[in-house]
Design a protein around this ligand. Structure first.
Ligand SMILES: [Fe+2]
Length: 244
């Protein structure tokens, strides 16, 4: 699979079509089915051995392996030319399985800490307004300093604390003003984007369950300060609430 096989959603996300065999996707879903009822908490996110093992299985597929190698090389080049820094790779693997119980996982607009994000859809929720689709803001930010990143992350942290209906309203306004684009995913395809400069979130899921394997490459190293402050603030909130 090379770059000519891609379809594009503008320059926001590169789509590699028919990469992952549907038989393999069936196998991965069957593995999830066997354990899903045991997942606690039930927010549907897993940074887990399972996610990593799924990625390893995908890498046994020559087409997927070639694409990952290609996009990693491009991301590394972007880091040295745009960010002016060397980045090392320690991939983060996340399995995200979201159903109607996981409102808290939706409309969370954010930038990734990593330069490169690969999405591998495993299962979609039934089509409709609330099917968990990925939504990306059309206007990408410039790669900024750690200070600018800290301020943005801090604002978004407080936005994430807003009630669901307000978060949804903020995100939906951008979509209806055509400032954001809804990315329709399909199992078998691989979706690749730069989450460090592209604000994005997911819609909620009204019916069924949406499953995605997410692979992040190249932490840009801009978020250490923001993480520390946000973690301290969470601890303070927990103490005030008498939880800690
Ligand atoms: Fe993200």
């Amino acid at each position: 699979m090379n770059v000519n096989d891609q379809a594009r959603h503008g320059s926001l996300v590169d789509v590699y079509v028919n990469v992952v065999p549907l038989k393999l996707i069936e196998t991965l879903n069957a593995t999830i089915d066997e354990t899903r009822h045991d997942w606690k908490p039930t927010d549907g996110r897993r940074e887990s051995v399972m996610a990593q093992s799924f990625a390893e299985l995908l890498r046994e597929n020559a087409a997927f392996h070639a694409i990952e190698t290609q996009v990693c090389a491009a991301a590394q080049l972007w880091a040295t030319t745009v960010l002016k820094r060397e980045v090392s790779d320690d991939p983060l693997h996340v399995l995200r399985c979201v159903d109607p119980r996981a409102d808290s996982q939706s409309y969370l607009r954010h930038f990734d800490s990593h330069i490169l994000t690969m999405l591998v859809p495993l299962q979609l929720a039934p089509n409709g307004e609330r099917n968990g689709d990925l939504v990306m803001r059309i206007f990408q930010r410039e790669a900024k300093s750690a200070t600018a990143n800290f301020l943005t992350k801090t604002y978004l942290f407080f936005e994430h604390g807003l009630p669901f209906l307000i978060r949804r309203s903020l995100a939906t306004r951008d979509l209806s003003n055509a400032n954001s684009q809804r990315i329709v995913c399909r199992p078998g395809n691989v979706y690749v984007f730069n989450g460090l400069i592209t604000l994005h979130h997911n819609l909620d899921v009204g019916v069924g369950e949406r499953r995605m394997l997410i692979i992040h490459h190249y932490d840009a190293g801009l978020t250490a300060g923001a993480r520390t402050v946000i973690r301290s603030f969470r601890i303070l909130l927990d103490r005030l609430a008498g939880i800690y």
